[in-house]
Write a protein that binds this ligand. Structure first.
Ligand code: FAS
Ligand code: PHB
Length: 385
């Protein structure tokens, strides 16, 4: 088997890259370890920056997103029983965000790839990467895919990062995790609520007018089985508590899972003809809602560089890929770290630490400049050269 580009992983990064290359007339093959149902139903992200929406529209992959996505013009911060809304268009000169689940993006891209794109091989595990070659297992038989380029879109637990010689790794782990739930209940708010409380962090998001998505900070060793529905709703209610008549609606919880948090960057994101994109290269704590958006930004840069190479033979954009991506990656790493340490209560945190958090939150609620800095980062900064 041969392709110009071998893509390892059919998450949002690998699938969108395949779509962008197809649109540019560049052939690729996508190798995906898991089956289609697993990939399409793995609960993950939900908030899309405008640049992500624009990229999906430009790729011809946003028809359902434009019908079903929820446009949000702000978020609410809650702390000290106060609520403060950040008005994104006012603070950023017109930008907003969209809520549309990553699972739906994956389903849309899988359908397009199967209908119009190159081979998308499920239950096919890449087991080795060499120069211009990927070895993979399919039905227990080892096969080879020769190619011009290999792109590792295989996530944090994939194999491609290990194939980069001399990679530098930067990482931080956090002393807490998120317990995330899906619930069959209409959202209790129009927009997202990020809550700081003396009991820990909580986030209210949603998937549709009838399905809510909520998260609460838990210890790293938390077991979802020890969190029955009533305990989850009681804890969320306590953490969202605010003066006024707001009420958290409850309903049957259909999914619950604990996700650890880490900050992680591999540098560089390229070695010769091997490129990394998305979670294979970097991880951010989900507090800043950046993971999926970074994966999309990486593959937009890479697809443009590969199209430039195919049209001109020049490798200048390919050579600039890693530095171009890493500038955005580190901006998102800092913002995600800022939001995470601002809103979560670390075990053993002192009263001094908590007062610092409340002071920063009060600053954001009372200073247009501080609010604009958060809103610009949240909606996606335009990186001026
Ligand atoms: P992905 O991990 O999505 O996809 C990698 C793919 O490669 C997988 O399908 C995997 O099966 C495949 N693969 C791995 N090894 C392979 C091999 N050897 N051969 C073939 N295939 C292989 N981001 C947010 O913005 N907001 C959130 O709330 C949020 N929540 C998250 C919750 C969880 C539990 C996790 C793990 C991540 C979350 N993220 C969130 C981040 C997430 O959305 C990622 O940023 C996004 O999935 C990145 O997409 P990919 O880079 O495509 O990697
Ligand atoms: C989600 O809807 O899953 C979501 C939204 C914003 C975040 C994290 C998760 O910061």
């Amino acid at each position: 088997m041969h392709a110009t580009v071998a893509i390892i992983g059919a998450g949002p990064a690998g699938l969108l890259l395949a779509r962008l290359l197809h649109n540019a007339g560049i052939d690729s093959v996508v190798l995906e370890h898991r089956d289609r149902a697993y990939v399409e139903h793995r609960q993950r992200a939900g908030m899309l920056e405008q640049t992500t929406v624009d990229a999906l529209r430009a790729a011809g992959a946003a028809a359902r997103l434009d019908r079903e996505g929820l446009v949000h013009h702000g978020i609410e911060l809650r702390f000290d029983r106060r609520a403060h809304r950040l008005d994104f268009p006012d603070l950023t000169g017109g930008r907003s965000v969209m809520i549309y689940a990553q699972t739906e993006i994956v389903k849309d891209l899988v359908a397009l790839q199967l209908a119009e794109g190159g081979p998308l091989l499920f239950e096919t595990q890449a087991v080795g990467i060499e120069d211009g070659l990927v070895r993979f297992l399919r039905d227990g038989v080892e096969e080879k895919l020769t190619c011009e380029f290999v792109v590792g879109c295989d996530g944090f637990h994939g194999i491609s990062r290990a194939a980069l010689p001399n990679a530098r790794v930067y990482e931080r782990e956090y002393p807490y995790s998120w317990l995330g739930i899906l619930a069959d209940v209409p959202p209790s708010c129009e927009e997202l609520i990020y809550a700081h409380s003396e009991r820990g962090f909580a986030l209210h998001s949603m998937r549709s007018a009838t399905v809510s998505r909520l998260y609460l900070q838990v210890p790293n060793d938390a077991d979802p089985e020890h969190w029955p529905d009533d305990r989850i709703w009681d804890e969320l209610e306590a953490r969202f508590a605010v003066d006024g008549d707001w009420k958290l609606s409850r309903g049957p919880i259909t999914q619950k899972a604990v996700t650890p948090m880490r900050s992680f960057v591999t540098e560089p994101m390229r070695h010769d003809r091997l490129f990394l994109a998305g979670d294979a290269a970097h991880i951010v704590p989900p507090t800043g809602a950046k993971g999926l958006n970074l994966a999309v930004a990486d593959v937009v840069v890479l697809a443009e560089a590969l199209e430039h190479w195919r049209r001109t033979g020049a490798t200048d954009l390919l050579d600039a890929y890693s530095d171009t991506c890493l500038r955005r990656v580190w901006r998102a790493e800092h913002f995600s770290y800022f939001m995470t340490t601002l809103l979560h209560l670390a075990p053993g945190q002192t009263g001094f630490d908590t007062r610092l958090q409340l002071s920063q939150l009060d600053r954001i609620a009372t200073s247009r400049h501080a609010a604009a800095e958060l809103a610009e980062n949240y909606t996606g900064v335009a990186l001026r050269q």
